[in-house]
Write a protein of this length. Structure first.
Length: 187
């Protein structure tokens, strides 16, 4: 059993009958009163983010997790199907465990977070940045790049994101998969 001094970003713990991951934390030592730890926790089962404050020295139940690399194959009625690169074992993960399912493309390398004791998938992590091709967007107007004007564009996976006005159909763009936002055009 660990305590609040062991809290760090990415730590997984059992809390309120669920498995949570620490997104951010802050140790606070006020001038008056006892010290405490203020945290933001993300549920690995439903994706909800909560704020929680723990008194200093509070016991926490740490969950051991394993990260394994998988490759995305296809989607069917059971969910998204992935294959482990070393053993060729295939698993199916339901859509509710995936943060940005519209950004997954065939052959993409992802990391699956497993509960080590129960051998069950908790969530998947997409690579931070991925390159996609624009399949549809309205034509841009030449010379209209002085302002931060954006327009909707559909990428090869079917997801729609906002891109600058100078992006055209067939261009390849780099996308931040955490926020599904445009980063830059790729040559």
């Amino acid at each position: 059993m660990a305590n609040t001094s062991d809290i760090r970003n990415g730590l997984c713990m059992n809390f309120k009958h669920d498995v949570y991951s620490v997104i951010e934390f802050l140790h606070v030592k006020p001038g008056k009163g006892p010290a405490f730890v203020r945290t933001k926790l993300k549920s690995l089962t439903n994706g909800k983010v909560i704020s929680e404050t723990f008194p200093a020295g509070h016991k926490i139940d740490v969950v051991r997790v394993e990260r394994r690399k998988y490759q995305y194959l296809y989607k069917d009625d059971a969910g998204y199907n992935f294959m482990e690169n070393e053993t060729y074992e295939q698993i199916s993960i339901p859509e509710n465990l995936i943060d940005q399912p519209k950004l997954i493309k065939e052959g993409m390398e992802i990391e699956v977070l497993f509960h080590a004791a129960e051998e069950r998938p908790l969530t998947i992590d997409l690579p931070q940045y991925a390159v996609y091709e624009i399949t549809y967007t309205e034509p841009g107007v030449r010379g209209d790049t002085a302002t931060n004007v954006t327009k909707p564009a559909t990428i090869e996976t079917g997801a729609e994101i906002k891109v600058p006005i100078f992006i055209n159909e067939g261009d390849k763009i780099k996308v931040d998969t955490r926020s599904a936002s445009y980063v830059e055009r790729v040559k």
